[in-house]
Design a binder for this molecule. Structure first.
Ligand code: ADP
Ligand code: MG
Ligand code: ZN
Length: 200
């Protein structure tokens, strides 16, 4: 007997900003495409940093993706013959994305979820802890700390306010290690700007 569901599983790719999550998602997607598997990629509509209809890494690699307002939409949009479902920037979805990923995996699909594990304060981000818990595999990537050069696990906010969700790239955030990271926003545009001791 053929148990299609046995082939479904969830892979999570997490880490700080600039750690290469999107690059890794795209790498896995490309390999699936080379294997002639039908792939569909989704991202939250909030992430319009580079493009409405592509997932793009900071290195400008890109793949077609569908922006969705809510994770639930993904369930209706995934075709039956799709083998691999990619979800980028999963931290911006609510907890429903966990249920969506589980359902797709039970439908026999390989679900690759990429997202920030921590927000800029160093706190677990949205649904990511739950996704990490239910995934079959977890890949935690690190960036390079821009202050000291060690592996960076955290995202430093360097401009703007205290809001958790402010989509931006290089001009707003940088990668930092545990010791160089400051949970409070370092506003470089204000005169009271300060950097960690190591940087001075
Ligand atoms: P993520 O999706 O995790 O934010 P991307 O896959 O979009 O990351 O981009 C990763 C790329 O960002 C790296 O390959 C590198 O070219 C670039 N990059 C810029 N700043 C850094 C940094 N501080 N550490 C590592 N990579 C960086
Ligand atoms: Mg990314
Ligand atoms: Zn550091």
């Amino acid at each position: 007997m053929f148990h299609r569901a046995l082939h479904g599983f969830i892979e999570v790719v997490c880490g700080s900003m600039f750690s290469g999550k999107t690059e890794e998602l795209l790498r896995r997607v490309r390999r699936a495409q080379i294997a002639r598997q039908k792939v569909q990629v989704f991202k939250p509509a909030i992430d319009i940093r580079y493009s409405q209809d592509h997932v793009q890494s900071h290195d400008s690699n890109r793949v077609a993706s569908r922006p969705v307002q809510s994770a639930r939409e993904i369930l209706d949009l995934v075709d039956d013959n799709t083998r691999v479902v990619g979800i980028d920037e999963a931290q911006f979805f609510d907890d429903a994305v966990v249920d969506v990923a589980q359902k797709l995996a039970y439908r026999g699909m390989r679900v690759i979820v990429a997202g920030l594990d921590m927000d800029f304060k160093g706190q677990p981000f949205g649904p990511m802890p739950k996704l990490l818990a239910v995934a079959e595999t977890v890949t935690k990537l690190s960036a390079v700390c821009v202050v000291c050069g060690n592996p960076a696990s955290r995202t430093q906010k360097v401009v703007g306010g205290d809001e958790r969700i402010a989509v931006g790239a290089k001009e707003m955030y940088e990668a930092r290690c545990r010791f160089c990271h400051e949970p409070d926003v370092i506003d470089r545009t204000s005169p009271s700007e300060s950097l960690p001791a190591q940087a001075q």
